[in-house]
Write a protein that binds this ligand. Structure first.
Ligand SMILES: Cc1cc2nc3c(=O)[nH]c(=O)nc-3n(C[C@H](O)[C@H](O)[C@H](O)COP(=O)(O)OP(=O)(O)OC[C@H]3O[C@@H](n4cnc5c(N)ncnc54)[C@H](O)[C@@H]3O)c2cc1C
Length: 386
C-alpha cells in the first residue's frame, strides 16, 4: 500500500490547482453573487485543459484516466467553489458515467464526446415531489409505442435544471411496480413538452441551478433509453461512483476552509499574541486536520479499490457519509475560529459552510447512507416499508 501520489498525479494536481486559482476565482465569486451557473466560456476552459470526463474512455473524448485521478482534479476545482466545479463533477462522477457504463453504443457516441468537449452539460434527475429517499416511489413514466417513448411526469431538485443541455431521467419504463419498473432515459433541453418551473434558491449551492421539471407527452426516440426497466440496480451501481464525487465536493469545502483558516489563525492577534498560540485553538486545528485526513483516505479507498470499474456500495457510502458529516463540522469550526470575520460575506468561510450542508442531503441523505452501510455489513437489504 502506497499513500503517495506519483509524479504524473502530482503534476496533474498542481496544474489544475494553478489553473483553478488563476482562472476561476473571479468567475466563481460572480456566480455566487448572482446565483448564476457557469457559462460556456468556463466549459471551454475546462475542455482546453482536458478535465471534462477525466475518467471517461478516450474513444468517447475522455482522458482515459482512473477515478482516483478524477478525484484529484475535482477536488482542486471544487476548492474554488462547488458551483464552478459542477460541470467537472457531472462529467466525471455523475450522469456521464451512467451513460458510459450502461447506454447503448449509439447513445454513448452521440452524447459523451459533446460532454468532454464542453459543448454540453448533462444533469441527473431522479427525485420527485413525493419520491426523495423513497426513490422507488417515483411516478414519472415513459410509455413505449413502437420506436418512440411518450414521457410524462414531474421532477424536483435536479441540480442543473434549466441550465444543463441534457438530462438523465430516472422513470418508469414498464408497468411493473417498485424498483422493477424503473430505468433511465436521455432527454435534451428544448424538446417539445419539456418545461421548467421557477428557479429554486437554496441556502448554499448558489450558481447551481435547480427547478422543477415537467414532461407533458414528450415524444422521444426509443434509442434514448439508457437503461431499460429492471435496471434500477445498475443505475444505483453507477450512483456509487456519483457518491465519491459528492464526497470529494464535501471534502473540498472542508479542506479549503481549513487552508484559509490555518493562515488566518497564524496572523490574527488577540491579547497581544497570535490566536494559534492559545491551546484551545490548537485543539480545534488538530481535530479539523484529523477529520480531513480520515475523509480523504476513505474517498481514496473507494476509488482506488474501484480503479476503472464502479466502487462498492459499502466503500462509497462510508466515504460519502463521513465526508458529509465532517464537512459540516470542519467548515463550522473554521467559521468559529475566525470570529466575526468568519460570519462576514467578505470572507469565503460562510459560503463554504452553506455549500457544505447540501451534500449530506443531495445524492441520498446521511442516514440513508448509514442504512446502506449496515445492509452491506450484514449482506441483506432492510425493507423500509414494513
Ligand atoms: C443541494 C441539493 C442538490 C440535489 N441535487 C439533486 C439532483 O441533481 N438530482 C436529483 O434527482 N435530486 C437531487 N437532490 C434531491 C435529493 O436527492 C433529495 O433531497 C434526497 O434524496 C432526500 O429526499 P427528500 O428531500 O425528499 O427528503 P426525505 O426523503 O423526505 O427525507 C427527509 C428526512 O427523513 C429521513 N429519512 C427518510 N427516509 C428514511 C429512512 N428510511 N430511514 C432513515 N431516515 C429517513 C432522511 O434522512 C431525511 O433526513 C438534491 C438535493 C439537494 C439538497
Amino acid at each position: 500500500m502506497n499513500f503517495s501520489l506519483n509524479e504524473e498525479q502530482l503534476s496533474l494536481q498542481e496544474t489544475v490547482k494553478k489553473f483553478a486559482k488563476n482562472e476561476l476565482t473571479d468567475i466563481a465569486k460572480k456566480m455566487e453573487q448572482e446565483d448564476k451557473s457557469a457559462d460556456k466560456s468556463v466549459l471551454k476552459k475546462f475542455a482546453d485543459l482536458g478535465i471534462l470526463g477525466v475518467n471517461l474512455p478516450k474513444e468517447y473524448g475522455g482522458a482515459g484516466m482512473n477515478h482516483f485521478e478524477a478525484v484529484l482534479v475535482l477536488e482542486e476545482v471544487a476548492k474554488i467553489s462547488i458551483a464552478i466545479a459542477f460541470p467537472v463533477f457531472e462529467s466525471s462522477f455523475g450522469p456521464a458515467l451512467a451513460i458510459s457504463n450502461f447506454a447503448p453504443e449509439e447513445l454513448k457516441k452521440r452524447v459523451l464526446p459533446k460532454i468532454c468537449s464542453g459543448e454540453i452539460v448533462v444533469a441527473v434527475s431522479m427525485s420527485e415531489p413525493n419520491a426523495g429517499s423513497a426513490l422507488t416511489d417515483l411516478t414519472t413514466h415513459a410509455r413505449i409505442k413502437g420506436d418512440k417513448l411518450i414521457l410524462n411526469g414531474q421532477k424536483r431538485w435536479c441540480s442543473g435544471a434549466g441550465h444543463a443541455d441534457g438530462y438523465v431521467v430516472y422513470c418508469r419504463l414498464s408497468e411493473q411496480e417498485g424498483a422493477k419498473g424503473i430505468g433511465a432515459l436521455y432527454i435534451e433541453k428544448n424538446t417539445k413538452g419539456f418545461t421548467f418551473g421557477k428557479q429554486d434558491h437554496h441556502m448554499g449551492f448558489r450558481g447551481v441551478s435547480s427547478a422543477d421539471m415537467y414532461f407533458d407527452d414528450v415524444v422521444l426516440p426509443k434509442s434514448n433509453i439508457i437503461v431499460p426497466a429492471g435496471g434500477f440496480k445498475k443505475l444505483m451501481e453507477a450512483f456509487d461512483l456519483e457518491r465519491c464525487g459528492n464526497s470529494t465536493m464535501s471534502l473540498a469545502c472542508a479542506q479549503s476552509s481549513y487552508d484559509f483558516v490555518l493562515e488566518y489563525i497564524q496572523e490574527r492577534k488577540q491579547f497581544g499574541k497570535r490566536i494559534i498560540d492559545f491551546q484551545a485553538v490548537q485543539m480545534q486545528l488538530a481535530e479539523m486536520k484529523m477529520k480531513l485526513d480520515a475523509s480523504r483516505l476513505l474517498i481514496y479507498r473507494a476509488v482506488v479499490n474501484a480503479d476503472k470499474s464502479l466502487p462498492s456500495i459499502a466503500d462509497s457510502s462510508i466515504a460519502k457519509c463521513f465526508a458529509n458529516e465532517i464537512t459540516r463540522e470542519v467548515t463550522g469550526k473554521a467559521m468559529q475560529l475566525m470570529g466575526g470575520y468568519g460570519y462576514s460575506k467578505e470572507f469565503p468561510i460562510e459560503q463554504k459552510m452553506r455549500d457544505s450542508w447540501g451534500w449530506g442531503i443531495a445524492g441520498g441523505s446521511i442516514d440513508i447512507q448509514k442504512t446502506n452501510i449496515a445492509s452491506a455489513l450484514v449482506g441483506r437489504r432492510f425493507n423500509q416499508r414494513k
